[in-house]
Write a protein that binds this ligand. Structure first.
Ligand SMILES: Nc1ncnc2c1ncn2[C@@H]1O[C@H](COP(=O)(O)OP(=O)(O)OP(=O)(O)O)[C@@H](O)[C@H]1O
Ligand SMILES: [Mg+2]
Length: 243
């Protein structure tokens, strides 16, 4: 179990969707999605409930296969899953301490679960003082930060987040956003779905806007928020219901 920066590091970026469709049985969920997720600042997925954000994330992660089209990772068809880390809205905590949750994640990623590395990761997410607390006793916001520490334990190239702050209060949301932004500044590509327009404005480099299973708009955050190109995005940015 080496933990050397010199180990082989194949890249997973860019992640390119070419005319991707996804369906469950006869129900079409995503259609004709062409998209490049490139290295750099965070890519944020937005769109109404049921528009296909989670499905698009799961396709990009390699957890779902397209029913049509293809997804390329650094121009290859094989997903480089060990360079991906994932945080869902409601993370599942192992029935053990915060520190042992992180140690387990390190081990699962083939990294040395040393006391120093576990402490460093807990400190990154501000949980150093809660290392010995059972993870399931942590608050929702603390559990979400622990989920981030476990994700970072994988030393990912891409961190996928699916509405990680949806059930958190403003202070806990800010704590998670700060970790996400520091992680991005550290060179990790963030791909995140959120409903929160304010959060998207704070974090996004580019916005992928979905509606009804279609990619309606992909633009820089500056362009998306100042001049949405479509009427659907205009109404969404204005806070109106988009159905
Ligand atoms: N396995 C499945 N079988 C049937 N329908 C599905 C399946 N997975 C997703 N769907 C449907 O596909 C649509 C898109 O779902 P998805 O979860 O990707 O949307 P979302 O944009 O993440 O929504 P939300 O904002 O509510 O999280 C929804 O109508 C959902 O019910
Ligand atoms: Mg979703």
């Amino acid at each position: 179990m080496l933990d050397s920066p010199m180990r082989d590091r194949p890249t997973t970026l860019p992640i390119r969707f070419e005319n991707v469709a996804f369906a469950a049985g006869v129900t079409s969920i995503l259609r004709n999605v062409t998209l490049s997720i490139a290295p750099g600042s965070p890519t944020i997925l937005m769109g109404p409930n049921g528009s296909g954000k989670t499905t698009l994330l799961r396709l990009a992660m390699g957890l779902l296969r397209p029913v049509a089209g293809r997804i390329l990772y650094a121009e290859h068809e094989t997903v480089v899953r060990h360079r991906h880390a994932i945080v869902f809205q409601k993370p599942a905590m192992l029935r053990r301490t915060a520190a042992r949750n992180v140690a387990f994640a390190l081990q699962a990623a083939g990294r040395m679960p040393s006391v120093a590395t576990v402490a460093r990761l807990l400190n990154v997410v501000g949980l150093g003082a809660l290392a010995e607390r059972p993870a399931r006793r942590l608050s929702g916001g603390e559990q979400q930060r622990l989920a981030l520490a476990r994700a970072l334990a994988r030393d990912p190239e891409v961190l996928f987040l699916d509405e990680p702050t949806a059930s958190l209060d403003p202070a806990a949301t800010k704590a998670v956003e700060d970790i996400v932004m520091r992680t991005a500044e550290g060179g990790v590509k963030i791909v995140m779905a959120t409903h929160d327009l304010g959060q998207a404005r704070r974090i996004a480099g580019d916005i992928v806007f979905l509606a009804n299973g279609l990619l309606v708009e992909h633009a820089s955050a500056a362009a998306f928020f100042s001049e949405p190109a479509t009427s659907q995005a205009k109404r969404f940015v204005a806070g109106e219901l988009v159905i």
